[in-house]
Design a protein around this ligand. Structure first.
Ligand code: PRX
Length: 647
C-alpha cells in the first residue's frame, strides 16, 4: 500500500470487483444521448473524441446556455498559463441560473428547499428566488456595490447565503464566502486580502441546537479590517447582539425599504470577468484567493452536473456540503440552478437530534440524488444499519462522494445500506482550483470502490514523475492536468506569480494538482492524498502553516509544527508540536488553552486533537521544519532519509 504525506493510504488495486451499471441507467443517461448525437457508440469513443477536440466539445456545452453575445474564441492560450475561455463572449451566470428559467414554465418549479435544524422549512420557486435575489441586488447597489468589488459573506447554512452570492453575481460584484465554521483570524485575513468594504453576516447560526456567535466573531474580525464600511446582518437566532450604529444594518430592514425593488436588470459581464474568489489553504503562508470567472465556470459546472449526476427535470438533488466551500458553490448554488433543478439544503448536523436525521430528510423530501463526503458516510455508518433501515430511501437513484479518497468499506455501506445495493456511487475528484469535477465516473462507467475512475470528458489527466514523464501503470506519481479546462482558476488574487509557480512551473507546462495518485491497468485512477503540507480534516482543507501561525500568535508559544495523522472518521486529525517561550511550562491546562486559542482564531475544525510540548523541532539546514520526520516518529515508522537534517 502506498502512502501520501497526509497519511491517506491508497487501496490495493489488485482483485477489485467492478460494479457495472444497469442497462436502464445507461440507456437513459444524459451522456448517452450526447454520445449518440455525436454519432458515437461507446463512452470510450466519446472520451477520445472529446480530448482530441476539446474546443469543439466545450463549445457544444457552452451552446446549451444563453449568451448575450457569443464568443470569438473558445480558448486563448497566447498568455499561458493565464488561459482564457470563451473570449469576447458576454454573459452573466445569473442569466443562465435564474433569468432564462423565469421566462418559462420553470418559474413555478421549486429551485430550493431548505430545512432548518429545528425542523422549520422554507421553499423558493425560481420566481420567488428571482425576486429575493433582485431585491438584495438592489440593496447592494444602493450601498455602492459595483462591478469589480469583492463582497465578503460569512453566513450559516441558511437560504440568505445562496441569495447573497447570487445577488452579488447579478450586479457584477465578486463574492468571497468565508465558511461559517471559520473564526476571527481566518475571516479578518480574507476580508483584508479582498479589500472588502461590505460584510454580510448573521446574528448567529445553529449547530446541534447551540448558537454559534457569528456576529461576535465578525465584530472582532472587522476591528482588524479597516476597509470594512458596512455590515449587513441577517437575523437567524434572534438573540441579543451588538449593532454598531452607522456600520451595522439589519438585512430585513434593508429588504423592506423601497429601494429593495424585486426588479433588477442583470449586469452584462465579459466571460472572463470575476465571479467569485474562494480562499483555500496552500503549502505555505496565507490562504490563497482562488479566482473563478463567469463564462467558463458556468459551462464547466453545468456540464458536469448534467452528465455525472445525470440530473433530470424530475430529480430532487441534495449536495450535503456547506455552500461556504467550493463543493457548495458549484453544486449547491450554481450548477443545480443552471440545469434548472430543485436543490435541497439542510442547516444542521447529520446526527442531530438523532443519527437518522439525514435519512429522515431523504425520505421526507424524496431526495433522488445525494452527494456527500466520506467523512460523513463513515460518521453515520458507525451508528449501524438500524437508523437508515427505519426510513424509506427508495427515492434515491444515484449517490456521490467527494473530498478525500473513500475507503471501500464506506463505499459498500453507502451503496448497499443507503442505496439498497442499486445506487451507483459517483466518486468525484476535483479541487477548489478546478471549479468542477475532473476525474469522475458518469452513470455509464463501471465502478471500482475507492477509485474516482476516469477523467471527465475533455479532461486530459496524467500521473507523472518529477520530470514530467508518464508513470507506468500502477506506479505512484504526481497527478497533473495537461490541458486547460473551462472552470479552471484564472489566478490567485493579488498574487499571479504564486499562481504560475505553484501550479504550472513545478512540472513545466502541466497543472500540478498537489496530489499523489496512480493509474491501474484498466486506466482507473486511484488518488492517494496530498503531496504537500495540506491536511484534509473531515474533508476540509487546512494548511499546516495556518494552524502553526494561529499557535504562535499565542503569547506562550515560540515555535510550532502541525501534522495530520490518520483518524477513523475524520480521515486525518491535526497533531501539533509546540516549543514554549521562556517562562512557560507545558501542562494539560495550557494544552487546552492552546487548542481553544486555535479554535478561536481559525475555527473548530482547525483545533488540534493533540498538542505535545517539545524542546526542539527537526529542521533542515535551511531552517524548514521537517514535518515528515515528526509524522514518521508519531506513527512509529522509519524516519527515512534525514541527511538534510540540521545537526
Ligand atoms: O486531495 C484531493 C482531495 O481534496 C483536494 C481538494 O480539496 P478542496 O480544494 O478542498 O476541494 C474539495 C472538494 C472538491 C484534492 O487535491 N479530494 C477531493 N476529492 C477527492 C479527493 N481525493 C480523493 N478522491 C476524491 N474524490
Amino acid at each position: 500500500m502506498a502512502e501520501s504525506r497526509d497519511g491517506a493510504q491508497a487501496q490495493s488495486t489488485e482483485n477489485v470487483v467492478m460494479y457495472h451499471p444497469s442497462k436502464d441507467l445507461v440507456e437513459n443517461a444524459n451522456v448517452t444521448a450526447y454520445m449518440r448525437s455525436k454519432g458515437l457508440s461507446s463512452y470510450d469513443e466519446l472520451y477520445k473524441w472529446s480530448t482530441a477536440n476539446p474546443e469543439e466539445f466545450w463549445a457544444d456545452q457552452a451552446n446549451e446556455l444563453e449568451w448575450f453575445q457569443t464568443w470569438d474564441k473558445v480558448l486563448d492560450e497566447s498568455n499561458a498559463p493565464f488561459f482564457q475561455w470563451f473570449v469576447g463572449g458576454k454573459t452573466n451566470i445569473i442569466h443562465n441560473a435564474i433569468d432564462r428559467h423565469v421566462k418559462t414554465w420553470r418559474r413555478n418549479k421549486l429551485a430550493m428547499i431548505w430545512e432548518g435544524e429545528d425542523g422549520s422549512s422554507r421553499t423558493y420557486s425560481y420566481h420567488t428566488l428571482n425576486r429575493e435575489v433582485s431585491k438584495m441586488a438592489n440593496v447592494l447597489k444602493s450601498m455602492g456595490v459595483q462591478k469589480g468589488d469583492i463582497v465578503t459573506i460569512y453566513l450559516p447554512r441558511i437560504p440568505e447565503l445562496p441569495i447573497a452570492m447570487l445577488a452579488c453575481a447579478k450586479v457584477g460584484a465578486a463574492h468571497s464566502v468565508v465558511y461559517g465554521g471559520f473564526s476571527v483570524e481566518a475571516l479578518a485575513d480574507r476580508m483584508s486580502d479582498a479589500q472588502s468594504k461590505i460584510l454580510i453576516t448573521a446574528d448567529g447560526g445553529y449547530m446541534r441546537n447551540k448558537v454559534i456567535e457569528l456576529k461576535k466573531i465578525a465584530d472582532e474580525a472587522m476591528a482588524r479590517t479597516p476597509t470594512i464600511q458596512n455590515c449587513i446582518v441577517v437575523k437567524r437566532t434572534g438573540h441579543d447582539i451588538a449593532m454598531e450604529s452607522g456600520r451595522d444594518l439589519w438585512f430585513h430592514d434593508l429588504m423592506s425599504l423601497p429601494i429593495a425593488s424585486p426588479i433588477c436588470p442583470t449586469e452584462e459581464m465579459d466571460a472572463e470577468d470575476m465571479l467569485f474568489i474562494l480562499y483555500t489553504s496552500g503549502t505555505t503562508g496565507r490562504p490563497k484567493g482562488v479566482v473563478h470567472t463567469h463564462g467558463g465556470y458556468q459551462v464547466g459546472t453545468h456540464t458536469t452536473l448534467k452528465f455525472v449526476f445525470d440530473l433530470k427535470e424530475e430529480d430532487r438533488w441534495w449536495c450535503a456540503a456547506d455552500p461556504g466551500w467550493i463543493t457548495g458553490h458549484s453544486y449547491i448554488v450554481y450548477s443545480p440552478l443552471l440545469v434548472g433543478a430543485t436543490s435541497f439544503m439542510y442547516e444542521g448536523a447529520p446526527n442531530y437530534p438523532y443519527p437518522d436525521r439525514w435519512w429522515s430528510l431523504v425520505a421526507r423530501h424524496a431526495i433522488s440524488v445525494l452527494y456527500t463526503a466520506p467523512t460523513a458516510i463513515r460518521g453515520l455508518m458507525r451508528f449501524g444499519d438500524a437508523w437508515p433501515n427505519r426510513h424509506d430511501l427508495s427515492s434515491l437513484r444515484l449517490l456521490g462522494s467527494v473530498g478525500e479518497p473513500i475507503n471501500p468499506e464506506a463505499w459498500r455501506w453507502f451503496r448497499d445500506t443507503i442505496g439498497a445495493g442499486e445506487c451507483p456511487i459517483m466518486d468525484t475528484w476535483w479541487q477548489t482550483e478546478t471549479g468542477h469535477f475532473m476525474i469522475t465516473p458518469t452513470p455509464v462507467v463501471p465502478l471500482k470502490p475507492g477509485s474516482a475512475t476516469r477523467p471527465f470528458l475533455g479532461i486530459d489527466v496524467d500521473i507523472v514523475h518529477e520530470d514530467g514523464t508518464s508513470c507506468a501503470p500502477d506506479e505512484d506519481g504526481t497527478l497533473v492536468i495537461k490541458r486547460p479546462w473551462p472552470g479552471m482558476l484564472r489566478t490567485i488574487l493579488n498574487d499571479p506569480d504564486r499562481y504560475k509557480n505553484q501550479y504550472w512551473e513545478k512540472i513545466p507546462g502541466m497543472y500540478n494538482a498537489g496530489d499523489s495518485a496512480r493509474r491501474d491497468k484498466d486506466g482507473y485512477i486511484w488518488v492517494i492524498g496530498r503531496l504537500d503540507d495540506v491536511i484534509k480534516v473531515s474533508g476540509y482543507r487546512l494548511g499546516t502553516a495556518e494552524v502553526e501561525s494561529a499557535l504562535v500568535s499565542h503569547s506562550a508559544v515560540a515555535e510550532a509544527a502541525a501534522i495530520g495523522l490518520p483518524h477513523d472518521i475524520k480521515g486525518n486529525a491535526i497533531h501539533a508540536f509546540v516549543i514554549l517561550r521562556a517562562g512557560f511550562e507545558g501542562s494539560p491546562k495550557l494544552e487546552e488553552e492552546l487548542r481553544a486559542h486555535v479554535g478561536h482564531e481559525l475555527g473548530p475544525i482547525a483545533r488540534p486533537d493533540e498538542i505535545k510540548f517539545v524542546g526542539s523541532l527537526p529542521k533542515t539546514r535551511s531552517g524548514k521544519i521537517m514535518r515528515r520526520v515528526l509524522k514518521a516518529q508519531a506513527l512509529g515508522q522509519d524516519v527515512g532519509d534525514v541527511s538534510t537534517l540540521e545537526s
